[in-house]
Design a protein around this ligand. Sequence first.
Ligand SMILES: [Zn+2]
Length: 426
Amino acid sequence: MLSSSLRMWLSWCSILWLAQSSFQASVLGERSLTALSNDAMAKLLTTPDPVKNIDPRNPSSHLSKILIPRAPDTQNNTFVRNYLISTLKGLNWHVETDEFEADTPVGRKKFANVIATKDPDAPRRLILSAHFDSKYFPSYPMNQVRLLHAVIQYSLTCLQFVGATDSAAPCAMMLDAAEALNPLLEARMKRIKNGSQLDDEDEDVGDLTLQLVFFDGEEAFKDWTDTDSIYGARHLAEKWDTTYISPHTKRRLMNDVTTELAAIEHLILLDLLGAKQPLIRSSFIDTAWMFDHMVAVEERLGTNGAFAYDEEQSMAPGKWTSYFVKRNKDIFHMGGIGDDHLPFLNRGVSILHIIANPFPRVWHSSKDDATALDIPTMRRWNLILRVFLAEYFELEPKGSKSRSLNDPEEEEADRYVARSVSELSL
Ligand SMILES: [Zn+2]
């Protein structure tokens, strides 16, 4: 990853662009998203348990399976890749790998991106992504770690770089979102495939699917340069830019996109998340509306008490503070931070970059391990992502009533949501 000082320089030297608000709405695909009903919200916030998948104390959690040294072209990297594949296949997602070789400063290496798509027949995709490799440090022993018992493995990996925030935790959050949203996504797919009459909401987003991309080779083997970094993202963006869609289904034929790259509606990239009290900034004008909606989701959940967890009362209603730097609606920071989104951005893909800025203090040190992670913070990210994505895809269960924000009649139901979540947390 690009060095902190250079990144900050790029960030702060970015161009300030005064934008016209009318331009935003008409050109940039802005939609107004409907808030979930309290029924749907309560279920989504509690099923599955929002700590289960990101708990580093549980050796069988998704996070624990990923939280090992996993530099590209190592046994551990293959172990993590296979874990991602089997987990998503188990949820009935279409999974493929993008495998290739590339020259690096430490020799030729093999890489493999993992791409999981809920509905491969859908003409358009919202991508949620993160990198699953960890940074290669030649001084740390890499062999045999995965073969040891979990406890021994944990103590050994403390001596090595495991990239907990960078980006094991974001990968585990992606698996959590897939698991939580899966029943709702499947129900909608069934309606579409059965040719049932679609609701108005389905027609808005009925040709859109969720795709998860786990990039390999994000990290530089030596120092971050254009050629020693983001190996997986560079390969996949170029491949998709030159892969013409084979219209093997009627649904894909009806759409006017020509390449796999053009079929991306937005790419959301998560990075350096899981440590306490991150600060997230909006970097791109065309996803400013999505950023604002994520802020609104956070506000709604925080106000309803969904963030208070266990002994962590600093996130109780009235006490918690936002993870997001409030956006100035007229000024946008363009340029942002060097990361996996760049090869897509350079080809015109719309990007929402959710990255802690400033970086976590443990960045690229052996301290970026389980102790750098804060469970209430990761739990809160899971809740935000679940609700944000459900509202983006309009995944309201059939028959439940849509709600408007701040409806006084729903106050009791709001309390029920908070109660359900806090009971589950005990
Ligand atoms: Zn990194």
